[in-house]
Structure formats: structure tokens, C-alpha cells
Design a protein. Structure first.
Length: 111
């Protein structure tokens, strides 16, 4: 009799701990899901698809964004368009460094 009472207590304890574990997992999942950033503008079809645009970082990283924006780092990943590229690709378009010779040119198909 006393032995079965202990077994029942153990069953109760197991049931309660399973319920508590499940409730804890639900709370943890809720916290993780609600803490996820709401990404708004991924660029589908581009090479940087699934990445945020640079401006999106500002809302959470204002100081880092400001320091990035005032340096050339903000320009190093621009798309190679005629509005962004400052170099003259028609004249003086070769460059040699450590024995490697490069020639820059603008293709007719590029904008
Ligand atoms: C919705 C808010 C949010 C946005 C938007 C966001 N971040 Fe973050 N970022 C965070 C949080 C929160 C952390 C974690 C900070 C920590 O734990 O120190 C983090 C961490 C980082 C880290 C790691 C810092 C470290 O010390 O390890 C880098 C790098 C970073 N973010 C860059 C970016 C860049 C680049 C963008 C934009 C493309 C961006 N983040 C957009 C919230 C954001």
C-alpha cells in the first residue's frame, strides 16, 4: 500500500515536470519569435538577396551606421554603375601591382 503511494507521487511529479518543461519551452519559443527582427526589404533576384540594405542597420546600430557612412567603407560595396564608378575606363585604364597587370574597361552592356 505505502509503496504504491510512492509510485503515484512519482507519477504526479513526472507529469508536473513534463507540463512545466512544455510550458517553459512554449515561453522560450514565444520570446525567441517576438525578439526576431522584422526584416522588411530583402532584394529578391539580386546577388545580395536575403541581405538587408545598409540603411536598415541604422535603426538598431545608429552609432556604427554613422561611422560607416562617413567613411569610404560605405562606398566600397556599391554596384559598379557609371554613377558610382569614378575611374576613367577609356584612357589610362591599366594598372600594375606586384607583377599583376589589370586592364579596366567599360562594357557596352553596362549602365
Ligand atoms: C532589428 C535590429 C537590428 C538590425 C536591423 C540589425 N541588427 Fe545587427 N545586431 C542586432 C543585435 C540585437 C545584435 C546583438 C548585439 C549583441 O549581442 O552584442 C546585433 C549584432 C550585430 C553584429 C555583431 C556585433 C558583435 O559585436 O558581435 C554585427 C556585425 C551587426 N549586428 C551588423 C549589422 C548590420 C551590418 C546590419 C544591417 C545590414 C544589422 N546589424 C542590422 C540588432 C540588429
Amino acid at each position: 500500500m505505502r509503496f504504491s503511494h510512492i509510485l503515484n507521487l512519482q507519477k504526479d511529479l513526472l507529469t508536473k515536470s513534463l507540463i512545466l518543461t512544455f510550458a517553459g519551452l512554449l515561453v522560450a519559443a514565444g520570446v525567441v519569435l517576438s525578439a526576431r527582427p522584422a526584416y522588411r526589404s530583402v532584394r529578391s533576384g539580386y546577388a545580395d538577396e536575403n541581405y538587408l540594405k545598409s540603411g536598415e542597420c541604422r535603426s538598431c546600430h545608429a552609432d556604427h551606421y554613422a561611422s560607416w557612412a562617413r567613411t569610404y567603407h560605405s562606398r566600397m560595396t556599391q554596384e559598379a554603375r557609371s554613377t558610382n564608378v569614378q575611374g576613367d575606363f577609356m584612357r589610362d585604364n591599366t594598372f600594375e601591382y606586384l607583377g599583376v597587370k589589370a586592364r579596366m574597361e567599360k562594357l557596352a552592356s553596362s549602365s
